[in-house]
Design a binder for this molecule. Structure first.
Ligand code: ADP
Ligand code: MG
Length: 415
């Protein structure tokens, strides 16, 4: 963690900021994302606030120089400390409130997020997440199963209450349920809604329990650069930080999301697998196992596009596995209808579209359309054309683009 040391004009030490640079940056980055700000100005703002809260003032040029110095920290380089020149605020609030940098102890309610381990923290309920969740069509069964499993894993008291009502006691089966590893696996083809579902399920979950739900997204670069011990170290730290965060939440559940988890959990028997990665995987498994005993409201969501690359030990531990596939004819019908509700599609046109994105694409290109091929590629390219020509979007546009567009190659057939 990089400490931010404050000095006077003459270079004399004045103290240091209570939060490490990584924490301030991570916080600012989330803020920038949430409010659509440029990252650089979000960093400047966050640093200025931090410095002023400590009872100092900073000149614009000094602030710009500090952001410059912190570029290395943002890249994930190991930096011990940076120093910055500030002046003491005059007036009654000018007392210096600079403390030693034990962030966790000093500020239990402030996020202890480290940009190196986490790319984002989200809190639910969240209207935008709900919007996305609702727009995921045709996977109601996946939604239902994921929600139920997370409810059982994160709110065991609800299961106990059920048992009391229907058995007059907490039956042994509840204890068996509670002793499972709080791990859910979302696997399958790309562009099939795994990431979106994982990042939005917190909203219905919060709804169901009537409180807040938090999500920490592990930085997929957590794999590190392959230095001996580094990956193990990073995993331990990511879990330790997530657990500390969970403890600070006062009982609100925390979801730990590890997207593209195959990078971390590739098969241990894989010949190409570096010794270092094996150690990392073992550590990851241990940390997941110990979550069972920790008594924290915490669950791990694992996402992978390459299920065959996943170590069986991870699969065995999963309380729930959901497999995501490309949409079938019925699901594509629903998806297309929902994507362009204002366009009158005759039954015949809809059938042709479903065929062009399904069986025909399969025949021509060896794969049918993924969900995102339709929402993120087909619709936009048809729309772009209609817009450019300054005329309405029509079923014919959609059909023409559907016949030309090559779907994402199926897994295993080309990269
Ligand atoms: N069931 C679905 N309904 C509607 N759109 C979907 C669905 N699944 C995926 N999409 C679209 O595909 C895009 C990519 O989804 P994503 O969750 O990133 O896929 P994955 O993580 O499985 O690769 C989403 O932004 C969304 O627009
Ligand atoms: Mg994804």
């Amino acid at each position: 963690m990089a400490r931010i040391l404050l000095t006077g004009k003459a270079g004399n030490a004045l103290g240091e900021l209570p939060r490490a640079a990584e924490d301030v940056l991570a916080h600012a980055e989330n803020h920038a994302r949430a409010h659509n700000l440029a990252k650089r100005s979000a960093f400047q703002l966050a640093l200025r606030q931090e410095i002023e809260a400590a009872g100092f003032r900073i000149a614009d040029a000094e602030l710009a120089a500090l952001v410059e110095k912190l570029e290395a920290v943002r890249r994930g380089d190991k930096v011990e400390s940076v120093s910055v020149s500030v002046s003491v605020t005059d007036g009654p609030t000018g007392s210096r409130r600079v403390t030693r940098p034990t962030v966790e102890r000093d500020m239990p309610n402030k996020p202890v997020l480290n940009a190196k381990f986490f790319e984002a923290e989200r809190t639910y309920p969240d209207a935008r997440a709900r919007g996305w969740y609702d727009r995921l069509v045709g996977i109601d069964e996946h939604k239902r199963r994921l929600l139920l499993e997370l409810e059982l894993l994160l709110y065991p008291e609800r299961l106990s209450a059920w048992s009391q009502t229907h058995h007059g006691q907490v039956i042994h089966a509840c204890a068996i349920m509670a002793s499972r590893a709080p791990l859910v696996l979302l696997e399958g083809d790309v562009g099939c809604g795994k990431t979106v579902l994982a990042e939005t399920i917190g909203d219905p979950l919060a709804d169901l329990a009537g409180g807040k739900v938090h999500l920490l997204k592990v930085n997929t670069q957590v794999r590190g650069t392959g230095m001996v011990g580094e990956m193990t170290d990073l995993i331990v730290q990511a879990f330790t930080q997530a657990e500390a965060r969970a403890d600070a939440l006062g009982g609100a559940p925390l979801l730990l999301l590890i997207d593209e988890a195959d990078a971390l959990a590739a098969k241990r028997v894989d010949q190409h697998m570096h010794h270092e990665d094996k150690a990392g995987l073992n550590t990851l498994l241990q940390r997941i196992d110990s979550l069972r005993l920790g008594g924290r409201r915490m669950a791990v969501l694992f996402i992978t596009n390459r299920p065959d690359a996943l170590d069986p030990a991870v699969r065995r531990r999963a309380a729930l596995q959901l497999t995501f596939r490309r949409p079938d004819d019925e699901q594509r019908t629903e998806l297309i209808r929902q994507a362009v509700p204002e366009i009158e599609l005759s039954a015949k046109q809809l059938r042709e579209l479903v065929l062009a994105t399904g069986a025909e694409a399969e025949k021509k290109f060896g794969a049918s359309y993924t969900w995102s091929d339709i929402t993120d590629r087909l619709i936009p390219s048809a729309l772009r054309e209609a817009y450019t020509a300054r005329r309405p979007l029509t079923a014919a546009d959609l059909l023409q683009h559907a016949r030309d567009l090559e779907p994402t190659p199926a897994m295993g057939k080309g990269e």
